[in-house]
Design a protein around this ligand. Sequence first.
Ligand SMILES: O=C(O)C1=C[C@@H](OP(=O)(O)O)[C@@H](O)[C@H](O)C1
Ligand SMILES: C=C(OP(=O)(O)O)C(=O)O
Length: 432
Amino acid sequence: MRVSRPARVRATIHVPPDKSVSHRALIFNAVATGRATIERILDSDDVRSTAQCLAALGVPIEWPEGSQVAHVTGQGLHGLFEAEDVLDCGNSGTTMRLLLGLLAGHPILSVLTGDSSLRSRPMGRVIAPLRAMGASLAARRGDTLAPVVVKGGSLRGIAYHSPVASAQVKSAVLLAGLYAEGETAITEPSRSRDHTERLLTAMGAPLAIDGLTVRVRPAERLSAVSVRVPGDISSAAPWLVLGVCHPDAEIVLEGVNVNPTRTGILDILRAMGADLELVEERTSGGEPVADIVVRSSQLRATSVSGELVPRAIDELPLVALAACFAEGTTVVRDASELRVKESDRVKAVVDALGRLGAEIREREDGFEVDGPVRLRGARVHAHGDHRIGMLGAIAGCLAEGETEVLDDAVGVSYRTFWDDLRTATSSEAVSG
Ligand SMILES: O=C(O)C1=C[C@@H](OP(=O)(O)O)[C@@H](O)[C@H](O)C1
Ligand SMILES: C=C(OP(=O)(O)O)C(=O)O
């Protein structure tokens, strides 16, 4: 795709449904009792991977191609069947790690694999606690990389201190905890997104939150819960950054999930001086929701570290782009988790923005960016990482000349991204 800078940006965008909530609504309702309707489910490659894996485990899911409504018939906590083939999680870390937790509670054999990106991402972080609970797991490269084989069985509760703030690890352990004898507790170094806690509690799971520790006891049953999925702040983030960095922009983002465990990007942009307004605050699917109005802003540098990092983890590549338009040096640290996403996002961001003329330096645990600079169009390789594809597109809308984005993979989380970009820029900015 080719992108260039539009003269002005005016748009109202109904951002796509939340990917994290969509995965969870499918997975948890699959083992609930009753039938659930998931309205505004995200129709993207990652969520389709989850639905296909669950279908292969015997869960009836009605979700026609292109539809934003899915019906799931819960099979009860012990109702999954052994799949006849390998479960393909595609590009989705959430699918693989949450399903491993769920399957650890089932006495069936499952083999989980994914694309070349997913097969290079760390799975030891879920294998270790699930083994400590009594499940049998084995994986490639010394039990660290997919494909992963899991045979669940009689589990016992553990008190696990996770070395990383990861909602995927937390969710895997909590799901296994529903099947374990006694109490299972997981403590994180700082708080990761809490969609699992919210939805499992709504389904009647015996779950308690105590600071950075979440505890769960074995459940007798989960009640099916119908959900209307709110908009994904991670898919709103490209528009937030376009809005604040472009000199003539006003964008309204409708129905965005503003769960405080996800709003790090709003805190970071506000600290940089961004003109952001939250209006019409309400709730949807057990999550707080608002419309966000964003306008052209004068930005200053900021520093991002500690508890802010997991609250903005998927948006940090876009923070690097905003930093190119901010006065001073922006530093992002404590973010080495970026290196184990769909790509090494530290390297990918430094490479992509560096090609456009950014003053950006790699750190072991993040990056540093000097601003302001004038970006110049260039060729950007996303290497199949959707977040880098969207970063390249938005950077191209802010650079002089033409930017070409290769291998963007935006369909992993945002199939209508290019259409929305055309709308926001009156088709001026996009071709190809
Ligand atoms: O639980 C989730 O839905 C997710 C958790 C985060 O990953 P980690 O758990 O690896 O931090 C995030 O980066 C990912 O996009 C989605
Ligand atoms: C990291 C991401 O997702 P996952 O871990 O589910 O592949 C993402 O969507 O940016």
